[in-house]
Design a protein around this ligand. Structure first.
Ligand code: COA
Length: 145
């Protein structure tokens, strides 16, 4: 099996949108293209990589540098998804390791990921890669008119 990792390109928008929808965040390709353009314009802050299998995008990861006042700057994993029929073949591990290497290359020693309570399989995946459960939080949101 040939696995290729590479930075995401604008032309990947449709594939990223389909995978984002699989992750539970439905998006059409033009919406995704606009969001991706913002991230690609700031490569020092954002890491967006895809993994390909047989020349087809099968997964993506987005990590970004999160500077805070109350704690050390970390890289937060904003999203990670592998196509359902490509899971358990190591693609997720490749994406995660690439993001960790990017963090280290920026002198950042800590990564954070927030994962919904019900994603027990994903928790197992992260814990296997050395991530520890730190705390459980409530997410609050307000829509402005
Ligand atoms: C979590 C995820 C990215 C892992 O990708 P992957 O390519 O399957 O990862 P790997 O092959 O490197 O590791 C597989 C391990 O991940 C875990 N895993 C998590 N979700 C899984 C799923 N839906 N199917 C299979 N394995 C899954 C298992 O521990 C699995 O180990 P196993 O094969 O021994 O059972 C992928 O399963 C996924 O996209 N899940 C849905 C979206 C999600 O939960 N993303 C994380 C949001 S924070």
């Amino acid at each position: 099996m040939t696995i290729t990792m590479r930075p995401a390109l604008p032309a990947d928008a449709a594939a990223l949108a389909a995978l984002s929808t699989e992750l539970g965040y439905p998006a059409d390709s033009s919406t995704l293209a606009a969001r991706l353009a913002v991230l690609l314009a700031a490569p020092e802050q954002h890491f967006v990589h895809v993994v390909e299998q047989h020349d087809k995008v099968r997964g993506w990861i987005h990590g970004y540098i999160r500077p805070l006042l109350e704690s050390a700057t970390c890289v937060e994993i904003g999203g990670l998804v592998v196509a359902a029929d490509s899971r358990s073949q190591g693609l997720g591990a490749h994406l995660l390791q690439a993001c960790e290497q990017w963090a280290a290359s920026h002198g950042i020693a800590e990564l954070t990921v927030r994962s919904a309570e019900q994603r027990l399989d994903a928790h197992r995946f992260y814990q296997r890669h050395g991530y520890r459960h730190i705390k459980t939080q409530l997410t609050l949101r307000k829509q402005l008119p």
